[in-house]
Design a protein around this ligand. Structure first.
Ligand SMILES: Cc1cc2nc3c(=O)[nH]c(=O)nc-3n(C[C@H](O)[C@H](O)[C@H](O)COP(=O)(O)OP(=O)(O)OC[C@H]3O[C@@H](n4cnc5c(N)ncnc54)[C@H](O)[C@@H]3O)c2cc1C
Length: 299
């Protein structure tokens, strides 16, 4: 079939994830526009090929065996402002939207500075960070005004934020094969110095408490928050901070992060995930659930 010819074969996925782990995709295509993104999904469905859309690969563990199907790397990255609204393709990188918003003195996305994410991944996750008071959490859903999606029957719809059924690390995208094509954010005019101050404060907070990607590859927090307790604290109390299997290590800076010390395998990370779940359950009775996405074949 013609599209099979245009898809690349046997492409290594590890370099496309922030953790730097994972075997090859049997088929791989880059989508540089929303039409290309929708076409790739349609073609995968028509050929009965398993597929998934890859954003910045920041919340993903890909199995050592790789992915038997098509990986669609979303590089549709256009965006534009219309007054205080920002319309963006789903492959745009949140950091680029934050910088462009700052130039326009528009506030709303700066709270998510330092988080690697595409727009599509951000809605999948309901991207979040601590509010400036450091007591509550700010979610990207609060600035999302609408989105365009490709549903499981390949129909395109304009939807409001409520469609996504957002929660903490939670949205409908985690449960249904719905693809975000584009999103529109409602931002607010503000003073650019205030926006910059918030970005600086958040970056400082993150650097002090979490391993940064320029220090260690990771995929951010691996377990879902347990309200009022904190997964990191439970893992630390179970005595696992710094624990290592192969080159995968429970970060000694933040126990809910697993870092890749060099040549970690997905099997090492899975070993740590199981160890954490068992130890925390024995130690405190809590059942920790992973919040990351698992793709491909695990050995
Ligand atoms: C160092 C570090 C710090 C982090 N800190 C935070 C933090 O403070 N707060 C936070 O919320 N997260 C954090 N994360 C997690 C991560 O940044 C987010 O989950 C991010 O939203 C993932 O986006 P992505 O584009 O990388 O998605 P990917 O990892 O590429 O994909 C994740 C999932 O989303 C799906 N997906 C991607 N694009 C689409 C689309 N267009 N339509 C439908 N589904 C799609 C994929 O198929 C996959 O299942 C952190 C990660 C790292 C590495």
């Amino acid at each position: 079939m013609s599209m099979l010819n245009s898809w690349q074969r046997n492409v290594s996925l590890a370099p496309l994830t922030t953790l730097g782990i994972g075997g090859p995709a049997d088929y791989f295509v880059e989508a540089h526009s929303l039409d290309e993104l929708a076409d790739a999904v349609r073609q995968a469905k028509e050929t009965g090929m398993p597929y998934f859309v890859l954003g910045t690969g920041a919340n993903l563990l890909i199995g050592d065996g790789g992915f038997r199907g098509l990986v669609i790397h979303n590089r549709a990255e256009s965006f534009e402002f219309n007054g205080n609204k920002l319309r963006s393709d789903s492959g745009a990188v949140i950091a680029d939207l934050i910088n462009a918003s700052l130039d326009k003195k528009l506030s709303g996305l700066e709270h998510f500075v330092g988080i690697p994410s595409s727009v599509g991944g951000a809605l999948w996750q309901n991207l979040h960070f601590l509010a400036p008071d450091r007591q509550s959490t700010l979610f990207i859903e609060t600035v999302l005004s609408s989105a365009r999606i490709l549903d499981e029957n390949l129909q395109i719809h304009e939807v409001a934020a409520e469609f996504f059924q957002f929660g903490y690390d939670e949205s409908i995208l985690r449960h249904k094969p719905i693809i975000v094509l584009e999103a529109t954010f409602q931002l607010t005019l503000a003073n650019s110095e205030d926006i910059q101050k918030q970005m600086y404060a958040n970056m400082q907070w993150r650097r002090q408490r979490q391993p940064q990607l320029d220090e260690f590859p990771s995929c951010g927090s691996v377990f879902k928050k347990i309200s009022g307790v904190g997964a990191g604290r439970l893992i630390e109390e179970a005595g696992l901070k710094g624990h290592r299997i192969g080159d995968a290590q429970i970060s000694d800076k933040h126990a809910n992060y697993i870092v890749n010390l060099g040549s970690a395998k997905a099997a090492d990370v899975c070993g740590l995930l199981r160890l954490v779940q068992d130890s925390v359950s024995d130690n405190s009775g809590y059942g920790l659930e992973p919040e990351i996405s698992f793709m491909g074949e695990f050995t």
